[in-house]
Design a protein around this ligand. Structure first.
Ligand code: AN7
Length: 373
């Protein structure tokens, strides 16, 4: 198994005296597929661009958070810290709980009451986290947790911890490795804006080093040659849910509301950093309606076999809007990050009413289906 500290030791901060020692805490994060879309672009009216999805739902705890958590928890272990804490809309808590369990640490998570997807809570419970449900939203929880960021006793593993962004920047390395160069646009859902910032760090490092050598092989395998990287960096695009869009409003949102609970965040922790990303990359952040988010999630699952959670679909939904409006030009190469897995929230896909069929009638059902196609 090769996690991020194995593959990218030379491009990540050194952890303790010997990063390799802490690489053992990996759960195999990263190396997620970059899937070219085959059917959805035509069906949703954007066949004039080249579209890939980076399926971060295939990380160990089924979200991109694992990239950052692997490094943040390893760094905490090297500092002899025995407890990690975080505020979370769900995925951070699931990831922190898993990596803390692996490292033999305690994990304390603060979650907003009633607004976290069931699967994410199940993960925190399974990994034995101490769960504190607060009568407030993510921003309230974050304010409470921030107090401990310099305590030295516990490690705050939200994305205000710089190790988180260091781990998450590796997704940009992988995109370059797979495509052979940076795409024209890279789109992500935005909550705290940690991930869009991390990707920009990754693309920028790859560009300034002039290469993005293949680190699956440490540069010495026979099938995988180092590839020329990026003089080029992508334009970074962020998408927020319309009811939770502080970047679009230009102000914090006091009561953020969206079906995409993962990005129900009104006071982004990386607000200033993201402004720099937008300015340097000539990018933008726009809003998408909940109805577009849900429709895109369903279409992606039904037409491509790729199941992501609602927040993740915001990147693709936003890109579709911007291609249709002409803001993203025809012929563009666009990567959308799908940040988390659809199985986190199975209640969005309840079993429809089914008529029971006698086993003997199966042939008739198949026949009818084939006729209907
Ligand atoms: C699926 O778990 O903030 O813009 O506490 O779970 O880096 O915040 C989750 C964020 C996008 C937004 N998609 O990323 C948390 C949390 C999914 C997410 C985001 C989150 P950032």
């Amino acid at each position: 198994m090769r996690g991020l500290l194995h593959r990218y030791a030379d491009r990540l901060p050194q952890i303790g005296a010997d990063s390799k020692q802490y690489a053992a805490l990996s759960l195999g994060e990263g190396s997620t597929p970059l899937i070219p879309l085959l059917n959805l672009p035509q069906a949703m009216g954007v066949a004039n661009i080249n579209l890939w999805v980076k399926y971060e739902g295939l990380n160990p705890t089924a979200s991109f958070k694992d990239r950052g958590m692997a490094i943040a928890v390893a760094a905490a272990a090297a500092d002899n810290i025995s407890c990690v804490i975080c505020a979370s809309t769900g995925n951070t808590s699931a990831s922190a709980a898993a990596y803390a369990a692996r490292a033999g640490m305690a994990c304390l998570v603060l979650i907003p009451q009633g607004k976290v997807a069931l699967g994410k809570i199940a993960q925190a419970v399974a990994h034995n986290a101490v769960i504190v449900q607060i009568d407030g939203n993510f921003d309230d929880a974050m304010r409470a947790v921030r107090v401990y960021s310099d305590s030295g006793k516990v490690a705050v593993v939200n994305s205000i911890n710089p190790m988180r962004l260091q781990g998450q920047k590796t997704a940009a390395f992988e995109v370059i490795e797979t495509l052979g160069s940076a795409p024209d646009y890279h789109a992500l859902p935005v909550g705290n804006a940690g991930n869009i910032t991390a990707h920009w760090i990754g693309y920028s490092e790859a560009a300034s080093s002039g290469t993005a050598a293949c680190h699956y092989c440490q540069g010495n395998c026979t099938t995988c040659q180092p590839i020329a990287g990026g003089e080029k960096r992508p334009q970074m695009l962020g998408y927020q849910a319309a009811g939770s869009a502080p970047f679009v409003n230009g102000n914090p949102v006091a009561n953020p509301d969206t079906v995409a609970t993962a990005i129900r965040i009104g006071n982004p922790q990386s607000y200033e950093a993201a402004q720099v990303v937008l300015a340097e990359s000539n990018g933008w952040i726009s809003a998408v309606e909940d109805s577009d988010i849900l429709q895109t999630q369903r279409q992606l699952a039904a037409l491509e076999g790729v199941f992501c959670e609602p927040a993740s679909a915001a990147s693709l939904a936003g890109v579709i809007n911007d291609v249709k409006s002409g803001r993203i030009p025809a012929g563009a190469r666009v990567v959308c990050t799908l940040t988390g897995h659809g199985l986190k929230e199975p209640d969005l896909f309840p079993l429809p009413a089914l008529a029971s069929t006698a086993v003997g009638d199966l042939a008739a059902v198949i026949e009818q289906h084939l006729n209907n196609r």
